[in-house]
Design a protein around this ligand. Structure first.
Ligand code: UD1
Length: 430
């Protein structure tokens, strides 16, 4: 368990660069199962989840190496194993995404069923229905999902919900299927477009990624390539919100602002000034933060992965905001913690009613998931006094590459506490 101490009240100032996208890198690494030969993928963030995915690939017999900075090389030549280790898949849900490419490449997959997680039950039924529609036999045995298919066959698949992971699973599986697959009501996230671009670069025939209908014409084999991952839109959004919450003045570099349209529009509605020039966004807050209502939705709607962070910002607005979470059923855990810091948040079903307060106060709090951790850091940066955030592992090493360092470079007073006894003493952490 790791802890972070944040001393609030300092405006963030300066320049910061955004890392590569975790949620694009994970499925692209899974997709290397489909490759043949050596691939080199750059702008891979150095995160625990990425290391876990590399270990999953190695467990299948793929040679995969992390090369500093931010590069992964993979070599796929001979036969692959088709069993993923329990301890890795249960550590990270995204490792389940290997089921599609593994089934397509080897005809077999034996993957532990991922458990629930902090933000909801997160089933995989849409992934499995999609694979069945491609002709795979899917069954459960002793906690493992077993998939078998001599040859997958293209099919027309309507997704009950535009699940990001299920769209990725089906897209990867269909690349080597016989004939054409059409995914209707597909997820449209930029990470889907990035995965399709990678797959096309190794020889797949995919059109329509980024729209509701994706077409995949199956091919008999795939090659290898060099590929550069897109910037992380969730990290960029987190930095924008952190800068706004501290009334800072920050230039965020290496961003694709087109991937952030919903967040940018909501931040502007809240009174945040955002100047976009090429791949940079300049943030400042000339006046106060105004309340706004937000509903999380699949892309291009407002991202659920930026919901906790904007809740922290709106806790300091001049009125009442209503945030409705429609993607995950249990994503307001940060609200209970932010109340301990003086936020006025009432939960009603799928909505959080946030009435702005004049100030937040530092307090000991717990990070229940990755994005909740980010929200608590933002609240801590904007609060008066010291905030001790416990269980921060999810934040520092799983989801954001070097974010504590990046924030420190912007003037934030934030440090990891090696010893709990450090908390409560009037020590200078600047
Ligand atoms: C991905 C992102 C995650 C983000 C989420 C929604 C990665 C590694 N993670 O997760 O950060 O929060 O998209 O933008 O890319 N669902 C089902 N059955 C399924 C699959 C999903 O009911 O088979 C439900 C989920 O429980 C959830 C909703 O669909 O309520 C959205 O999930 P999904 O889009 O699949 O998210 P992930 O791919 O898991």
């Amino acid at each position: 368990m790791r802890r972070i101490l944040v001393k609030g009240g300092k405006k963030l100032q300066g320049e910061v660069s955004v890392s590569g996208s975790k949620n694009a890198a994970l499925p692209i690494l899974a997709a290397t199962i489909l490759t043949h030969g050596k691939s080199t993928i750059t702008r891979i963030p150095d995160l625990l989840d990425i290391r876990t995915m590399i270990r999953v690939l190695r467990s299948l017999g793929i040679r995969a190496e992390y090369a500093f900075p931010n590069t992964v090389h993979t070599w796929v030549n001979g036969g692959l194993k088709h069993i993923a280790p329990y301890e890795l898949v249960t550590k990270m849900r995204a490792s389940f995404f290997i089921i599609g490419p593994l089934l397509a490449k080897t005809g077999h997959a034996r993957i532990p069923l991922p458990g629930g997680c902090a933000i909801g039950s997160r089933p995989v039924d849409i992934h499995l229905k999609g694979l069945q529609a491609l002709g795979a036999k899917i069954f459960m045995e002793h906690g493992f999902v077993i998939g078998e298919a001599k040859k997958l066959t293209g099919s027309r698949i309507y997704l009950d919900f535009p699940s990001v992971g299920a769209t990725e699973t089906i897209m990867m599986a269909a690349t080597l299927a016989h004939g054409e697959t059409v995914i209707e009501n597909a997820a449209r996230e930029p990470e889907i477009v990035d995965l399709a671009a990678f797959l096309n670069k190794i020889g797949a025939k995919i059109t329509g990624a980024g729209s509701e209908e994706i077409k995949i014409q199956g091919v008999s084999s795939l090659g290898c390539c060099e590929y550069d991952i897109i910037p992380d839109r969730i990290e960029a959004g987190t930095l924008l919100i952190a800068a706004a919450a501290t009334r800072g003045d920050v230039l965020i570099k290496d961003v694709n602002s087109l991937h952030l349209e919903a967040a940018i529009s909501k931040l502007r509605e809240a009174g945040v000034m955002l100047g976009i020039r090429g791949t940079s966004i300049k943030v400042n807050v000339p006046n106060g933060i105004k309340p706004v209502d937000i509903k999380t939705l699949p892309y291009p709607g407002y991202p659920t992965d930026l919901q906790p962070q904007i809740s922290a910002l709106l806790s300091l607005s001049s009125g009442t905001s209503v945030i409705t979470e429609t993607v995950f059923e249990n994503r307001f855990m940060h609200a209970h913690e932010m109340r301990r810091m003086g936020a006025n948040i009432k939960l009603e079903g799928q909505s959080a009613i946030i009435t702005g307060v004049n100030k937040l106060e530092g307090a000991p709090v717990k990070s229940r998931d990755l994005r909740a951790g980010a929200a608590l850091i933002i609240a801590g940066l904007a609060a008066e006094g010291e905030t001790l955030i416990e269980d921060i592992d999810q934040f520092i090493i799983r989801g954001y590459e070097g974010l504590d360092n990046k924030l420190r470079n912007l003037g934030a007073q934030i440090k990891e506490l090696k010893n709990i006894s450090e908390y409560g003493y009037d020590e200078d952490i600047s």
